[in-house]
Ligand binder design. Structure first.
Ligand code: HSE
Length: 440
């Protein structure tokens, strides 16, 4: 081997950091052969120095302070696995870049907020900023979008990007478990974020989507412009009704080009049971890209967990090990950060799609007719209207209200919201209605 070993400093030795440490040890020969150079972890920092993590950190230099590690002469690459969009993650990544260190991060929250600034800083300092692990865990979607699709114009990128939510929705459907039971298991298995509301309320997916949107459309990252709805309002009634009608509920992140700008949205979504995304179960993620030259790509794989994420971090490290000092590096966001276009937001009210509406309708003459006419007034065409009763509900023989599902043809968010407001004020509903968007 001609070059010295690549010296790695790791900040944050939780599930991913420990898995990475084990991986770099167990695959050291393979990695050295593939990168033409050895890799060695020389230093680390973590909240607790002495905690047993099931990996050997004994020969590494300990740093109390991530920023000091980031500036240290003992490392060539700073691996940021601390998490969060503020300090110490931000300060230490900035310090690393300013001090000429390459950076690998799995931190989607940090990139969603500061990605453009960090990309500029990396370019200014002639170093690499890599973040394969930040989106969809082990799926190499960043490399695919940044490198493999350079000749394509992307029309839409969408997918299941939160393992915790997909795991929960799968178990709620397959085992009839409660939302809380599923969340607890996901946390115990190490899938969930430190604050699981990031997972279930859709923010984790939004962070990942913001990064993909920039790569897909060459625009500045604009996470604050994402419409976000999580899965905490999804009930087993929705899951059962969806399945009976040929659909499955998934938490999707979707970015698409429209006539008025780029739409970015995260919400529970009905996908047809025979569609590729409906087959994705458990902690698995999947990302679909629709582009003009290649057509449609769908990639699936483990989206969370130590080993899958460590695999993505290791691939970023390998790229750095293979890079040539003094040569220009590929820009972090697919084109020079200064050339990213401003993000132009398409308004959510203008979103066009089909809608699934579940209602509990007061059982009196004219209720259905009134609901149908409110929909017609708003120009909404109904694909189906089903009086949806489960056998258990039939047994209860509730004479006061009737469960009804409407599925609409393509309409706009503004039209459906306007119609639902009127239906509510007409007093025909026994409870607030549920509205779930469909993606075809
Ligand atoms: N909490 C995330 C998930 C981990 O459940 O997908 C990976 O970002």
């Amino acid at each position: 081997m001609s070059q010295n070993a690549l010296r790695i400093g790791i900040a944050g030795v939780g599930t991913v950091g420990a898995a990475l440490t084990r991986l770099l040890h167990s695959k050291s020969n393979l990695l050295a052969e593939r990168c033409g150079r050895a890799m060695t972890i020389t230093a680390f920092t973590a909240r607790d120095k002495d905690k047993d993590r099931g990996c050997d950190l004994s020969n590494m230099t300990w740093f109390n302070d991530p920023v000091a590690l980031a500036k240290s002469d003992e490392i060539d690459v700073f691996v940021e696995l601390i998490g969060g969009d503020g300090d110490p993650a931000f300060a230490s990544v900035m310090a690393a870049l300013e001090n000429g260190k390459h950076v690998v991060t799995a931190n989607k929250a940090l990139l969603a907020k500061h990605g453009v600034e960090l990309a500029l800083k990396a370019e200014e300092n002639g170093v690499i900023l890599n973040f394969e692990a930040a989106v969809a865990g082990g799926i190499p979607i960043i490399k695919t979008m940044r490198e493999a699709l350079t000749s394509n114009s992307v029309q839409r990128v969408y997918g299941i990007m939160n393992g915790t939510c997909n795991y929960m929705l799968t178990r709620m459907e397959n085992e009839g478990l409660s939302y809380d039971e599923c969340l607890k298991d996901a946390q115990e298995l190490g899938y969930a974020e430190a604050d699981p509301t990031f997972d279930v309320e859709g923010f984790d997916t939004a962070h990942k989507l913001a990064i993909l949107t920039s790569l897909a459309f060459g625009t500045q990252i604009s996470a604050d412009d994402i419409y976000v709805e999580g899965i905490s309002n999804i009930t087993s009634d929705d899951i059962i009704a969806a399945k009976d009608l040929g659909y499955r509920i998934k938490l999707l992140g979707v970015a698409q080009r429209t006539a008025s700008g780029i739409e970015q949205r995260v919400h529970p979504t009905m996908v047809a049971l025979d569609s590729p995304l409906a087959q994705i179960s458990g902690v698995t993620n999947a990302v679909a890209v629709e582009a003009d030259i290649v057509g449609q790509l769908v990639m699936s794989g483990p989206g969370a967990g130590g080993d899958a994420t460590a695999s993505a971090v290791a691939s970023d490290l390998c790229d750095i090990a293979k890079s040539k000092p003094g040569h220009q590096h590929a820009p972090a966001l697919g084109k020079p950060a200064a050339h990213l276009e401003p993000y132009v937001k398409a308004q959510m009210q203008a979103h066009e799609g089909g809608y699934f509406i579940r209602m509990s309708v007061n059982d009196r003459a004219g209720a259905f007719a009134s609901i149908a006419s409110r929909m017609a007034e708003a120009g909404i065409s109904l694909e189906s209207i089903v009086q949806h009763k489960r056998p258990e509900e039939l047994k209860k023989d509730n004479k006061d209200s009737q469960p009804v599902i409407l599925i609409t043809h393509e309409t706009t968010e503004a039209a459906i919201r306007g119609a639902l407001d009127k239906i509510h004020s007409d007093g025909h509903l026994a409870a607030p209605s549920q509205m779930i968007r469909m993606e075809r």
